[in-house]
Ligand binder design. Sequence first.
Ligand code: HEM
Length: 504
Amino acid sequence: MFITNSIITDLIALFVTLAALFITYWKWTYQYWQRHNIPYLPPQIPFGNITSSVIGNENLGVAMKKIYDKMKRNGSKHAGIYMFNRCVYFPIDLDYIRNIMTKDFHYFVDRDFYVNRRDPLQAHLANLTGSEWKSMRTKLTPTFTSGKMKMMFQVMAECQNDLLTKMHEECLKNKPIDIKDVLARFTTNIIGSCAFGLECKALEDEDSEFRKYGKQIFVETKFVMFKRIFGMAFPKVAKFLNLSTIRMDVADFILKTVEDTIEYREKNNYNRNDFLQLMMKLKNNPSDPDEKPLTMDEVASQCFVFFGAGFETSSTLMSFALYELAKHQDIQEKLRVEINSVLDNHDKQIIYDSIQDMKYLSQVIDETLRKHPPAAFLNRTCVKDYKVPGEDLVIEKGKGIMIPVLGIHYDEEYYPNASQFDPERFNDENKNSRHNFAYLPFGEGPRNCIGMRFGLLQSKLGLVCLIQNYKFTINKKTQEPLRYKQNSIVLAAEGEIWLNAQKI
Ligand code: HEM
């Protein structure tokens, strides 16, 4: 049934009508924050306030920092942004952020990421929501106490010999070192050993499967990044389209590794005090008889997130720390003096207690995480209508919340001369004089990073071992000023960090 005599004219008319409807609907959506009298920045159809990240070359965390800077300059305590046509609440005042992450946490229990639960390995702690998350978090928390960390330290420490051997080989080549790659191999070995009792051989073997698949988890194509952002903006459409954001070959590898290791342990009655053993207990005989045992997919999902979250964030932290230390030789030397003097008091042994005694090392790490937080933003979903205290605003159930970590970490009000690397910002006096929520590298509240102690410990171990033995300088292959990669979940340097290392 044609309206005109030409099918082409009819199709054009249909297209124009649909485009007009789409634009009208989008424009109407883009009045949401104005209707609620909340400060906002003018959005652009169709990507809203994230055009630079979707089609440009800008990391999403950096885009959020720019929004933070503008809104803060305007004196706003909070704002509203648009991701495609999704309305997202953007708190700026640190007390508002504290309320969301801790005091009123029960309104904001879930994250605001798109998850396709039909994909394998997606039932992990970081993705779970509501009561499923709470129950899993309670089960996994005992794995990460300081007592457990102290116990695991010996296993971690054994991995430093392979790190030093690798560094020795790299130095013999007389070429710049891609330090992130070396350190990601080191943390892959640690997490493989501490979590699964496996020797990953990522430092020794250039083609180690763990390194190959580990890398795949974080190498994001533009298309996968687009699907992630699209899924955040349109979770229902993404679910309907069954959009997948996981690499099936990586999922198959992890699933098979976990299945084989569990089978071996069960057949041989082999017990090891590690993360996998705890998972096996939750699968076979949970302590509470009313508790549903974990399925193999659930067990493998937790292993997957611990593996992924465990090696990439810490190796990123160490790489940025070495970058800053290479740029600031005085700070590098001061750290080396502390390391040598503490180790002298511990028979030159890098043990758990000696690492705890290194105060300046903690400051260097804190300052690195301030300047280069691996998670440049955090997010939450509002799970029931929430009245913002002191404001005439109710955040409706289902709305997303974006917490601009990178923006806060560079706010001159909290960190004067913020682009300067200065570990003294984290001495006791300066630390105590700042608002607690001005520093969020591990998130905050009940949903903060469960592996924080583990991540800090392995990063400290790696830095102590390297700074004690090598002097680092920047190689000119490093692209400066440093820019962050666009298609990367964890903040990473564009073009990698290339260092020269000289044996001491
Ligand atoms: C320097 C190292 C690390 C950094 C900077 C880091 C950072 C973070 C951040 C920012 C979050 C989100 C917190 C929030 O939303 O409030 C997070 C969550 C998480 N991290 Fe880490 N992380 C690190 C190391 C680790 C390690 C070593 C593991 C595991 C072995 C781990 C496992 C997790 C898990 C499972 C979650 C989700 C927690 C939940 O939803 O309950 N992380 N991490």
